[in-house]
Design a protein around this ligand. Structure first.
Ligand code: NAD
Length: 479
């Protein structure tokens, strides 16, 4: 059985328990995988510790590490269709989106291959002729890498590729809902020639396998992507051993449309911003802020277009959006919509499950737009992580910035205007880790990604995404 991967060996869970993975689009059985617990996490941490303390990997040259990452990228290119199908079966996401994801994942491995030797150290002037003083970077050690279900392998790659580029060993814990692509990744790392024990995989429910990964004294670093509530508990559990920590948490991201915006593109991308992957995107533009002078006309057209969005399963070529990840998640979204309506929001479209036998067994929900919203409502303040757009209005630039920043989150946002000066001013004033001007969602691995405020701290991608996984040492040599 492929499942847990510890010290180069595939294993069952210590408890022998298993979990069925079912496709959210129709409930069909995708795989049966081991369901780990704390004992499995301990074993995986011990293997990663040995591989770090005794193994060859941390001492390999950056060229060797880069070569390995390129080999993984080659395997992604070879297995693109397989990996895309695994992602779509686990998440219910359209396979066309999964193919884009695999291209992105490949680019992430190549990006960190290119950076493996970057800025590896420098000599500093000690002010004395008999001293050589230099700063070097070293791997941090054993890393616990914990990822969510919405972009399973992409979020994992943002952690695994830099961790390996910097010479660390790790234990990976993907979401219990979407383990398949992580199993593929372990096979690929093995095929690429990574020494045993460097990469370890534990599967299982967060509360079972997770706490050991975040509190164990042999773990040096925790990198977590997931929800705010889990992030808070991980921060607390990593505190007693003062682990290095990176938290990539949720967002409630404003998409700001000024009256002078290119209307066509702004309308199209306002829909993509929120309804891509059924809104299950951390940077989803779930808060639409429209200037009051164009509000009625803009929103009427937006609703008209939202009602034409075709819903379907991952392999339905006509589908433009798909199901939610689980029944529990759909329940949560329904509760947010109900709360919004109770607080005075107006249902402009959606707010229900689609009708038809083709949706039986899946967790579908209609693209939903709520009007007459304000920042005091829970549906505006909290991340529903579903296909729900709330619409607010603003009067001018100051009002737009103040409304957009009125959030505990600070992950991403966008501004639409044909006035370049205003675009730059607003982008500069938004308290968010990513701001798009006249666009929504694109990213490149060369640029850092991460949150302000309670969207977390630490950065992924870019150069900072590598530095998270490096220690810095000063060596003073009195010769
Ligand atoms: P989640 O917090 O429920 O779970 C994330 C991961 O943490 C899973 O692997 C889960 O099993 C694990 N986990 C749960 N409890 C744990 C514990 N006590 N200890 C250790 N691990 C534990 O999040 P989710 O529902 O899988 O993902 C959705 C969330 O992720 C959304 O809030 C979304 O915004 C966020 N997200 C953020 C980014 C970003 O870049 N900032 C990217 C993708 C997703």
């Amino acid at each position: 059985m492929t499942g847990l991967f510890v010290d180069g060996t595939w294993r069952e869970a210590a408890s022998r328990r298993t979990r069925e993975i079912r496709c959210p689009a129709d409930g069909s059985l995708v795989a049966t995988v081991p369901e780990g617990g704390p004992e499995d996490s301990k074993m995986a941490i011990a293997a990663a510790r040995r591989a770090f303390d005794q193994g060859p990997w941390p001492a390999t040259s950056s060229l060797e590490r880069a070569a390995l990452l390129h080999r993984v990228a080659d395997l992604l290119e070879r297995d693109k269709e397989t990996v895309a199908r695994l992602e779509s079966l686990d998440t219910g996401k359209r396979v066309v989106e999964s193919r884009y994801d695999v291209d992105d994942i490949t680019a992430v491995f190549r990006h960190f291959a290119g950076l493996a030797g970057a800025e590896s150290g420098r000599v500093v002037d000690a002010g004395r002729a008999d001293v050589v003083s230099r700063v070097v970077h070293e791997p941090v050690g054993v890393c616990s890498l914990i990822s969510p279900w919405n972009y399973p392998l992409l979020q994992t790659a943002w952690k695994v590729a830099p961790a390996l580029a910097a010479g660390n060993t790790f234990v990976l814990k993907p979401s219990e809902l979407t383990p398949s692509s992580s199993i593929w990744l372990m096979q690929a790392l093995e095929e690429a020639g990574l020494p045993a024990g460097v990469a370890n995989l534990v599967l299982g429910a967060g509360p079972d396998v997770g706490p050991t990964l975040t509190e164990h004294p042999d773990v040096d670093l925790v990198s977590f992507t997931g929800g705010l509530v889990t992030g808070r508990s991980i921060m607390a559990s990593a505190a007693p051993t003062v682990k290095k920590l990176a938290l990539e948490l949720g967002g409630k991201n404003p998409n700001i449309v000024f009256a002078d915006a290119d209307r066509e593109t702004a309308l199209d991308l306002a829909l993509t911003a929120v309804f891509l992957h059924s809104g299950q995107v951390c940077s989803a533009g779930a808060r639409l802020l429209v200037q009051d002078t164009i509000h009625d006309e803009f929103v009427a057209e937006l609703v008209r277009r939202a009602e034409r969005i075709r819903i379907g399963g991952p392999f339905d070529d006509d589908a433009e959006t798909g199901p939610l990840i689980s029944a529990a998640h759909r329940d949560k979204i329904e509760a947010y919509v109900a709360a919004g309506l109770a607080e005075g929001a107006e249902l402009l479209t959606g707010g229900a499950r689609p009708q038809g036998t083709q949706y039986d067994g899946g967790f579908y929900y209609l693209p939903t737009i709520l009007g007459s919203c304000h920042a005091g409502m829970s549906v505006v303040r909290e991340e529903s992580f579903g296909p729900v757009l709330t619409v607010e209005t603003f009067t001018d630039e100051d009002d737009a910035v103040a409304t957009a920043n009125d959030s505990i989150y600070g992950l991403a946002g966008a501004v639409w205007t044909s006035n370049a000066g205003r675009a730059e001013r607003v982008a500069g004033r938004l308290r968010m880790g990513t701001v798009w001007i006249n666009d929504y969602h694109p990213y490149v691995p060369q640029a850092e990604w991460g949150g302000y405020k309670q969207s977390g701290f630490g950065r992924e991608l870019g150069l900072a995404g590598l530095e998270e996984y490096r220690e810095t040492k000063h060596i003073w040599h009195n010769i």
